[in-house]
Design a protein around this ligand. Structure first.
Ligand SMILES: O=C(O)C(=O)Cc1ccccc1
Length: 307
């Protein structure tokens, strides 16, 4: 039974994602995303489940930066989880009495309309996770009057739900990934896979981004996410995250990644794994495995003088 670290405590959205990704896993709750990844890297856990992006606010930058700079980890699965937020408080609290709200930053950004409409004067404070906020609010001497978290977190920590489904949109989805230390075989290609990379430029020059995109474009590889992140070396210095359709075992994907390796400073492979939405890529004419093999054989024949 694998042991998986995650952003805890009990009752986070990440825990819900972990239970769906691997119902049999032993769960190791951690205080932060970084601590969960450290547990996976250090061997206290066999892997970790962390949020990567959501459909309203985009990337969870802590996760992206950990993947780019920390000891290498490989993504082996992803999950799309619809997320619903509740306003939770100690029994007896009423909405007009709420002065201080505690929750995870991702929940703050996704409940902006509710907060400005219903609690315009409340101070909203960032918590390590939604469940950590619910746990804190449940303590009798807590400086916070309410938490925003999953309804189930409220039940777990003895809070009452003052309002449900308070997200700005009811169709918000968060994408979670499961990661493990490298060294094990990659997940087998399924025909509906995704690959994730981090790419650092060799140097800054006109067309550098276009050169990277060309490696994907000419092999018919469809991007599903592109993100630039600061390198930390000054304004204007960036590296890039790419998600795209296909598995590194696919010829067109392998060719694109080796092309990037030739023209970029550093390419960090973050994994090929089944897509949660099961979407099968439309492979352009001229970019199937068979066509790459046939072209390679053709070239070999010519090089051997068989014109
Ligand atoms: O704090 C949590 O419960 C998390 O798992 C992080 C998070 C917060 C808000 C939306 C999705 C994930």
């Amino acid at each position: 039974m694998p042991r998986l670290a995650y952003l805890g405590p009990e009752g986070t959205f990440t825990e819900e994602a972990l239970r769906l990704l691997d119902p049999a896993a032993e769960r190791l709750p951690c205080a932060t995303v970084s601590a969960a990844l450290a547990a996976a890297r250090g061997g206290e856990a066999d892997g970790a489940v962390v949020p990567l992006e959501n459909s309203v606010e985009g990337a969870i930058t802590t996760t992206l930066d950990e993947f780019a700079w920390g000891e290498p980890l490989l993504i082996d699965a992803e999950l799309l989880l619809p997320v619903r937020f509740s306003l939770l408080a100690r029994p007896g609290t009423e909405i007009p009495h709420i002065k201080r709200v505690y929750t995870h930053p991702a929940a703050i950004t996704q409940c902006r309309a509710f907060l400005s409409r219903e609690l315009p004067d409340a101070v909203v404070v960032a918590a390590p996770s939604t469940a950590a906020a619910a746990q804190e609010v449940s303590l009798p001497g807590s400086p916070y009057d309410a938490a925003i978290a999953a309804r189930i977190a409220g039940e777990h920590y003895g809070l009452v739900e003052l309002a449900g489904d308070i997200g700005d949109r009811t169709d918000t989805v968060t994408r979670f990934v499961k990661v493990a230390r490298p060294g094990r075989p990659l997940p087998e290609p399924t025909g509906a896979d995704r690959t994730t990379l981090v790419v650092f430029l060799a140097d800054d020059h006109p067309g550098a981004l276009l050169e990277m995109l060309t490696e994907f474009s000419v092999r018919g590889v469809n991007l599903t996410r592109i993100e630039s992140r600061p390198t930390g070396d000054g304004i204007g210095r960036y590296f890039f995250h790419f998600d795209f359709e296909g598995h590194i075992a696919d010829a067109r994907v392998g060719e694109a990644i080796s092309g990037l390796h030739r023209v970029c400073g550093e390419v960090r492979f973050l994994g090929s794994y089944p897509r949660a939405d099961g979407v099968v890529p439309r492979v352009k004419r001229g970019t199937t495995d068979e066509e790459f093999t046939e072209a390679g054989d053709w070239l070999a024949r010519i090089r051997a003088g068989q014109v």
